[in-house]
Ligand binder design. Structure first.
Ligand code: SF4
Length: 358
């Protein structure tokens, strides 16, 4: 599909005009020129809405005002600050990159797109955002917001998650970019996608692109953008045993290769389907427990949706007279008061808060 030069020019002009005249989305990272702060905001905002990310951005920039401060932080403090944001790999990469920039690059983020792209956890989108906002480089951002705005406005039906689709959108985005003020243009398209051309119920009556928008004029807004693959969601059933002995609880740090790496959890028995308490009591570990054991099943069940997984969690307090030998790595007994200092996934934070552990 050929898009005329005039259409492209008009798109850019209207978008930029809307940004300077009508876009009043005020967020602390906007107009920021400091690469460290831009990078922080972009990592926090990946897969996260601005309003949800805002307190995290404030906490991070207050606690760690410079990349050098973040580089020397204790891992557990950083994970604790990140708690609730999810996608914990982002936090792991955040630490790795902060340490690399502080130690190997004298605390200065690279000032080229390729240099930024070479850093851990920085993909094309984040590299383009930092390059344009901090250094004014002519690099267009391409993310879900951009796919949506471009596919609707220009009527592009090629799935954005295919090789062909990625190429079409990347080239078009780069073509449309206002090279003289790439930062403002990128901010404009991100804001339009987040506040006006939203996934459902877009506010077309407020949209500067309405007159020329193909999706609007052909009543096909809900059909765009097109995704080729259907997402498969895996169901997982987590049964947490809160092993308690002498006012201490057994806690394990999750290791790599699965979700929630570096976060903590009580003793976990994962089952392929929902399990009853009787089934759990037949588990090899449970049958190895000795002494007087008291088990309480908690009424609260939590569920947590991750991108490709749905977690269902059940909780059982298991009061013990003697501490068992537990053959799981990275586990330790901690006092109940110490739980507050550790980072947990959201599903466990809900449980602990509900049961007054926090
Ligand atoms: S007119 Fe509606 S569908 Fe078209 S770009 Fe604007 S908000 Fe999106």
């Amino acid at each position: 599909m050929e898009i005329s030069k005039a259409s492209k020019k008009s798109f850019t002009r209207q978008l930029v005009a809307w940004h300077s005249n009508d876009n009043n989305r005020d967020l602390p990272w906007k107009n920021e020129r400091d690469a460290y702060r831009i990078w922080l905001s972009e990592v926090i905002l990946q897969q996260t809405r601005a309003q949800q990310g805002l307190p995290y951005y404030i906490n991070f920039t207050t606690t760690y005002p410079t990349v050098a401060d973040l580089a020397i932080a204790d891992d557990n403090d950083v994970f604790r600050l990140w708690q609730g944001l999810g996608y914990y790999n982002r936090c792991k990469n955040l630490l790795a990159t902060a340490r690399y920039v502080a130690r190997e690059l004298n605390g200065k983020f690279p000032d080229t797109y390729d240099g930024l792209l070479a850093l851990k956890g920085i993909g094309p989108y984040t590299a383009a955002a930092i390059a344009s906002f901090a250094y004014g480089l002519p690099q267009a951002v391409v993310d879900g917001n951009v796919y949506r705005v471009l596919s609707r406005c220009f009527g592009i039906e090629t799935p954005f998650d295919t090789t062909a689709g990625k190429k079409i959108f990347a080239e078009l985005a780069q073509d449309l970019l206002d090279k003289k003020d790439s930062g403002a243009y990128n901010q404009a398209i991100m804001d339009l996608g987040a506040t006006v051309c939203t996934p459902s119920n877009p506010k077309c009556e407020q949209c500067p692109l309405q007159k020329e928008c193909i999706a609007y004029n052909n009543n096909i807004i809900n059909l765009l953008p097109v995704r080729s693959k259907k997402m498969v969601v895996r169901k997982r059933f987590f049964n947490y045993l809160l092993l308690i002995c002498d006012n201490e609880i057994w806690i394990q740090k999750r290791s790599s290769g699965d979700i929630w790496e570096n976060l903590h959890q009580p003793y976990l028995i994962e089952t392929p389907a929902p399990a009853t308490i009787e089934e759990l009591k037949r588990n090899e570990f449970y049958t190895s427990l000795t002494g007087n054991i008291q088990v309480t099943e908690h009424q609260l069940k939590t569920t947590q949706r991750l991108t490709h997984q749905q977690i269902y969690a059940n909780f059982y307090t298991v009061s013990l007279q003697e501490k068992p030998i537990i053959k799981k790595e990275n586990g330790t007994w901690v006092s109940i008061d110490e739980l507050k200092r550790l980072a947990f996934p959201k599903t466990l934070v809900s449980f602990f808060k509900n049961n007054l552990y926090f």
